[in-house]
Design a binder for this molecule. Structure first.
Ligand SMILES: Cc1cc2nc3c(=O)[nH]c(=O)nc-3n(C[C@H](O)[C@H](O)[C@H](O)COP(=O)(O)OP(=O)(O)OC[C@H]3O[C@@H](n4cnc5c(N)ncnc54)[C@H](O)[C@@H]3O)c2cc1C
Length: 338
């Protein structure tokens, strides 16, 4: 327990670009570090990431630990864990935060195991209690309760869902230090192949500004084409509720909700989605929610900004057509409300 009250965030990158969840972690980390009177540090690993390291300072970090090595350019669990473990053992932060992304979910537990400490996965909120301990808050029991979890060991570790925490505004005048670290590299046992990953090549449902989400109101998998047409017309990405994943109609990467992605798009279309608590937990912070459902009592309408009662098979093609014709919003509303 005699560790410094510092907060460390792991700033993951892909293709040389830091994932925006890292800026959200810095936003929360800054708040926690200020409350504890400690330092906020960020760790970034990759190749030629000097400008990204500087950006982490603009976004709230006091210190950035930069590991620059070609073997770290792409995520490599062995070498990332090795270097992060070495650093944590030296710096001894009290709190370590990672994004609840595929990388964070892979690296976090392995680091926690090596440090012999606990980790709370998929947190949706973090607080500091009277004793200065981290309270890690996450949905439990199918999202029906919010569990408040504290870790008795140190460091306290958590993965945090993307699009939940607020990033700080970029401040180019912020000062901080970048510490270049020597990278430890172990030869891999075997590399079958490396697939270049550029997360900007395809926007996922978690990053999308507009999400068109289909639910069990759809009758067959071919009907997803109707949602894709709408998404294409408005520059959106198709998401889905869990039954569609369970049926094998869509991959889990499209899933919105407790078991999948948390999304915070500017506009969220819920099409034939009832609005279960497990679904709502993943999308309720969307900017504008447009729900299409034939049941006027559907729970989704309780949080919708625009509640459209009707048959999705009638409404969605008309909406897509109206947008395709670039009608004014008023005309679009007319098309929906008749
Ligand atoms: C541990 C656990 C984790 C879960 N995690 C998730 C999760 O991450 N995400 C998730 O989504 N669910 C999750 N679920 C499942 C969740 O409980 C619900 O079963 C699910 O969200 C329901 O999906 P739905 O709204 O598409 O289907 P339904 O609840 O069946 O709703 C279908 C809706 O479509 C409407 N509809 C039907 N036909 C039409 C039509 N022609 N036009 C317009 N509207 C129509 C109906 O009125 C209805 O409201 C989880 C459950 C558990 C137990």
């Amino acid at each position: 327990m005699a560790t410094a009250p510092g907060v460390m965030i792991f700033a993951e990158q892909s293709g040389g670009t830091v994932h925006p969840v890292s800026y959200e972690l810095l936003g929360k980390g800054r708040e926690i570090a200020d409350r504890l009177g400690g330092e906020l540090s960020a760790v970034v690993m990759g190749q030629e990431l000097e400008s990204e390291a500087q950006e982490l300072i603009f976004r709230g970090a006091d210190t950035v630990y930069l590991f620059d090595h070609e073997a770290l350019a792409a995520f490599d669990i062995m070498n990332y864990r090795l270097n992060l473990l070495e650093l944590v053992n030296e710096v001894k932060p009290d709190i370590i935060l990672l994004g609840a992304t595929p990388i964070g979910r892979s690296l976090g537990p392995r680091l926690a195991a090596a440090l012999d400490t606990g980790l709370t996965a998929d947190c949706t909120s973090l607080e500091i209690d009277e004793q200065g301990d981290l309270v890690q808050i996450r949905p439990a029991f199918s999202g029906n309760i919010l569990a408040h979890i504290k870790t008795s060991t140190r460091p306290q570790m958590a993965t945090v869902r993307y699009k939940i925490m607020q990033a700080l505004p970029r401040d180019c005048n912020r000062q901080g230090r970048i510490i270049r670290r020597e990278s430890l590299v172990e030869e891999p046992l075997a590399v079958l192949s490396r697939v270049p990953c550029n997360r900007h090549a395809r926007t996922g449902v978690a990053e999308a500004e507009i999400v068109v989400c289909g639910g069990r109101g759809l009758k067959k998998p071919e009907d997803l084409k109707m949602l894709q047409d709408l998404a294409d017309a408005i520059g959106g990405v198709v998401g889905c509720s869990k039954p569609l994943v369970d049926e094998g109609w869509m991959d889990k990467e499209h899933l919105v909700g407790f078991s999948g992605n948390t999304v915070r798009p500017r506009v969220y279309f819920a099409v034939g989605v009832s609005g279960s608590s497990q679904h709502l937990i993943g999308m309720r912070t969307a900017g504008t929610i447009v729900a299409i459902n034939r049941d006027p009592e559907a729970a989704i309408f309780e949080i919708a900004d625009y509640a459209i009662v009707g048959d999705l098979y009638d409404l969605v093609p008309r909406l897509t057509e109206a947008i395709g014709k670039e009608q004014a919003p008023g005309e679009m509303e007319d098309a929906l409300c008749t």
